[in-house]
Design a protein. Structure first.
Length: 106
């Protein structure tokens, strides 16, 4: 009975650990720029090792967002803002509450 419980807990921990991008699947740190439908641009520095994303909208001060559990893709929230997405697409909700769709630009 104990072995079964330990196996279930280990499996649950493994699944929970990979609900956000796993370290093997994504670089620990990366920087991307998003162009958004409302005309704004986001500069995002992802620090997956620390579970943070630092988001600067149109060159403003960077907001410090914490990683949240996400079934697919990524999700970061904090300071009244939210950034969630998958692949090159993201949804940005600014601290003012405005929501817009964004896409990574090279």
């Amino acid at each position: 009975m104990k072995a079964g419980l330990m196996f279930a807990l280990a499996g649950a921990a493994l699944v929970a650990a990979c609900q956000t991008p796993c370290p093997q699947a994504a670089p620990r740190q990366s920087q991307v720029t998003y162009a958004c439908a409302d005309g704004s641009r986001l500069a995002v520095a992802f620090d997956r090792a620390a579970g943070r994303a630092f988001v600067s909208e149109d060159g403003g001060a960077a907001l410090n967002l914490a990683v949240q559990i996400s079934g697919i893709g990524f999700r970061y929230t904090g300071e009244g803002a939210s950034l969630r997405g998958r692949g090159p697409a993201a949804q940005w909700i600014s601290p003012a509450g405005a929501e817009t769709s964004c896409t990574i630009v090279e």
